[in-house]
Design a binder for this molecule. Structure first.
Ligand SMILES: [Zn+2]
Length: 300
């Protein structure tokens, strides 16, 4: 059984989305970190993921990543199994043309958090190996102007399919050019959001349900544009991954249902730390705080 995908089914209605938290940690820009702890998380040369596991992805159902996979990526043990997702998602029952939900946290009492990765400039192949190895659930919010460069959307397709067994990670909308939408006209906002909806639908065969405004900045025109192009939920965040640890919108630790913002970043942006080392640091902190990682799409 996979720690990330198993768990007893439980009928629990999802409460209304959103909390009244007004503070929002700036996204998509800061990389500073208060901690000087040495990051880790690279697989050692003698146990690279492919060499050590041969074919680590059985591909059917919800097979578990083995404990050795976690150790390879600098993690002591697999995380606790996530709770069973609720019977009813926050967006269930929405009709075409309904205003999108605004979601900063998932309403739950369970010690589960949700990972999101933004923008898409850095395309570290090691992160694909890590995501496959750990069958890591996360949601990607992609900005076309950076996501399409280099290996392009093919890279994110690999990450979408990383869990294996037909389980997919979310590929969602983060505009075309990453503007501060509050500075744009309603028409320009619609172009930023709807064009990226079209681009992602064409590339991945599915219209994104989720949208994240760059920097978390939006206004009424943003919501109207998102609604017009089929967005079900505007997803914000409560915790932001830096290099070694997270910063929190409230308090000094994770809370149940927190959505964690991270970015596709490499050593240049992370002061020498790699993407996978940053993710290892994030998973360690989540585990240390007694939390596990859930799949946002199971709730939203
Ligand atoms: Zn961004």
């Amino acid at each position: 059984m996979s720690p990330f995908f198993s768990g007893r089914r439980r009928a629990a209605a999802a409460a209304a989305a959103g909390s009244a938290v007004l503070t929002l940690i700036a996204g998509c820009s800061s990389t500073g970190s208060g901690s000087a702890a040495r990051p880790s998380g690279s697989p050692s040369a003698s146990s690279t993921p492919s060499a050590a596991t041969g074919t680590p992805h059985p591909g059917k159902g919800e097979s578990a990543p083995d404990a050795a996979a976690y150790r390879r990526w600098g993690l002591e043990r697999p995380p606790a199994a996530p709770p069973a997702p609720p019977a009813k998602k926050i967006t269930d029952g929405m009709r075409d043309g309904d205003a999108p939900k605004i979601v900063r946290r998932i309403p739950t009492q369970d010690k589960v958090v949700f990972l999101t990765f933004d923008d898409g400039a850095e395309k570290d192949p090691q992160f694909v190996r890590m995501a496959k190895d750990l069958k890591l659930p996360f949601t990607m919010f992609l900005t076309d102007s950076v996501a399409h460069t280099g290996q392009g959307y093919g890279y994110f397709e690999q990450l979408r399919d990383a869990p294996g067994g037909g389980v997919r990670n979310g590929v969602d909308n983060h505009t075309i050019d990453h503007p501060n939408l509050r500075t744009l006209s309603a028409e320009a906002q619609k172009k930023e959001i709807c064009t990226q909806q079209e681009t992602l639908q064409k590339r991945f065969g599915e219209r994104p349900a989720l949208f994240r405004p760059p920097y978390g900045n939006y206004n009424d025109a943003t919501l109207a544009a998102a609604r017009a192009c089929g967005v079900r939920a505007v997803v914000l965040w409560e915790a932001t991954m830096q290099i070694n640890d997270m910063r929190y919108a409230e308090g000094d630790g994770l809370r149940p249902g927190d959505i964690v913002l991270a970015h596709f970043r490499g050593p240049q942006e992370l002061k020498g730390t790699t993407m996978t080392q940053m993710v290892t640091n994030m998973l360690r902190s989540i585990e240390r705080q007694g939390y596990t990682v859930g799949r946002l799409e199971d709730y939203l």
